[in-house]
Design a protein around this ligand. Structure first.
Ligand code: IMP
Length: 430
């Protein structure tokens, strides 16, 4: 049986929700392995729209096991509000179909405070975070002072963890002009949610090992995108987790051999939310048109996304780093009706040609994209279900994308409807 990892190959918002849902129908276990409720996935099933942030997409389908791995940072209050919201839409969520790694670090209100205080203090140098406390929670994890799910089960441990954590946060807060944490209030809040949260706690690594052994199909659901990766993204304008495929293994407690197919989700143009470099960003009518036709507003924060032409250099780079086996190309229909389309095929910096984005911030800020122009198409690709339904120029565009990123198209998505998909390679078939 094949196990599949889905990762965004750009700056997130590539349309992972639909593809993950499509794959999760055939998976047995669906696992989140990084990020937190900074993610936003919209699923359209029949007439119902589900908006998920933290819960694995498979949760909305009956008979699937949804897993939140140790690589995630978990805000218990956000989780419960999402569980309540999705349950009210008729989905049954229990300890039978949701498991959370007992070693997952928690996001606390103090993390959200710190995220927002820092962003406000940074002024123009802000990252443009989602303000959910993701970065500060990961800092505490690697700083060895996080409160982890299992810590909620024992008062003495919780007290010791709180002491260590608050010594750090109170000092930081003082520097930022904020009040110290009310320890008693925080402890009471944690003790109040502990029983409900602990009910979902499991040694996820063991659950995953058993699933693998018994031939279950596992879908690893990545959040955000490769260019937001803490190591390989446009640092420091990134999220605080590893968004590359390799994290699927460590973020759930499996070995690297557990992954058989890496599906990179790639939008037919480029978008980004928040601050940071974006070589092909458009500030003209074309950019506005991409934003309007693509409904480019954030699921989580409602922020307008920045839009630009397809950047083949960046996608080639992220596909290599994540070892992408095939891509799902999404939102091709947003390009319908453009007379001319541009694809970025290289960069020029100070007169020198680059076939990758160098790491140095000073170089990134001077990047000029080198474009290749292609004819657009006047017909519609929306809802196409076979290559024969696509205008010749659209096929040419897709083929050129494949060539430039050095990776084949496994799936082509032509509308938000799940059946409007052209399947070239089934990631689950082995
Ligand atoms: P954080 O993850 O909230 O710390 O935000 C860091 C950066 O990642 C910001 O530029 C956010 O806009 C971006 N980001 C975080 N989550 C997502 C996502 O799910 N989609 C797109 N961008 C995201």
């Amino acid at each position: 049986m094949a196990n599949v990892v889905v990762v965004g190959a750009q700056w997130g918002d590539e349309g992972k929700g639909k593809i993950v849902d499509w794959l999760s129908e055939r998976a047995d276990v669906i696992a989140r392995f990084q990020g937190g409720h900074n993610a936003g996935h919209t699923l359209v099933i029949g007439n119902t729209v589900f908006k998920l942030s933290l819960l694995p997409s498979g949760i909305v389908r009956e008979g699937k096991l949804a897993v939140i791995g140790n690589g995630v940072v978990l805000d218990p209050w956000a989780l419960f509000s999402e569980i309540d919201k999705i349950s009210a839409q008729g989905v049954s969520i229990s300890t039978e179909n949701l498991m959370i790694a007992e070693n997952v670090p928690l996001i606390l209100p103090l993390h959200q405070d710190l995220d927002q205080l820092r962003e406000a203090a940074a002024g123009k140098a802000k990252i443009g975070t989602t303000g959910r406390g993701i970065g500060p929670a990961y800092e505490d994890k690697v700083g060895r002072r996080a409160i982890r799910l299992a810590d909620l089960g024992d008062e003495e441990t919780l007290d010791a963890r709180l002491d260590r954590l608050l010594a750090h946060h109170d000092a930081l807060r003082q520097g930022l002009g904020a009040e110290p944490i009310d320890r008693a209030e925080l402890k009471a809040k944690l003790q109040e949610i502990a029983p409900r949260l602990l009910a979902y706690a499991q040694p996820v690594w063991k659950v995953m090992a058993e699933a693998r052994k018994s031939g279950k199909r596992i879908l690893f659901e990545g959040a955000q995108g490769s260019l937001l990766d803490i190591d390989f993204g446009t640092y420091p304008y990134v999220t605080s987790s590893t968004t590359m495929s390799g994290m699927a293994a460590t973020g759930t407690g499996m070995g690297p051999g557990a992954v058989d197919f890496v599906l990179g989700i790639v939008k037919a143009y480029t978008t980004r939310v928040g601050e940071g470099p974006f070589p092909t960003e458009l500030h003209d009518e074309d950019g506005q048109r991409l934003g309007e036709r693509g409904h480019e507003f954030g699921t989580v924060t409602g922020r307008q996304r920045r839009c630009g032409w397809f950047d083949a250099v960046l996608v080639r780079q992220t596909c290599a780093i994540s070892g992408v086996s095939g891509i799902a190309l999404t939102k091709l229909d947003v390009l319908d009706g453009f007379k001319k389309l541009k694809i970025c095929v290289g960069y020029e910096i100070d007169g020198q040609h680059y076939d990758y984005l160098p790491t140095a911030a000073a170089l990134q800020s001077r990047v000029t994209p080198v474009y290749e122009e292609m004819d657009g198409w006047q017909g519609s690709t929306s809802g196409a279900r076979s290559w024969a339904d696509l205008p010749a120029e659209a096929i040419k565009y897709v083929r050129r994308v494949e060539e430039l990123i050095q990776c084949p198209v496994a799936l082509l998505s032509t509308s938000p409807e799940r059946d409007d998909t052209i399947l070239v390679t089934d990631p689950f078939s082995d």
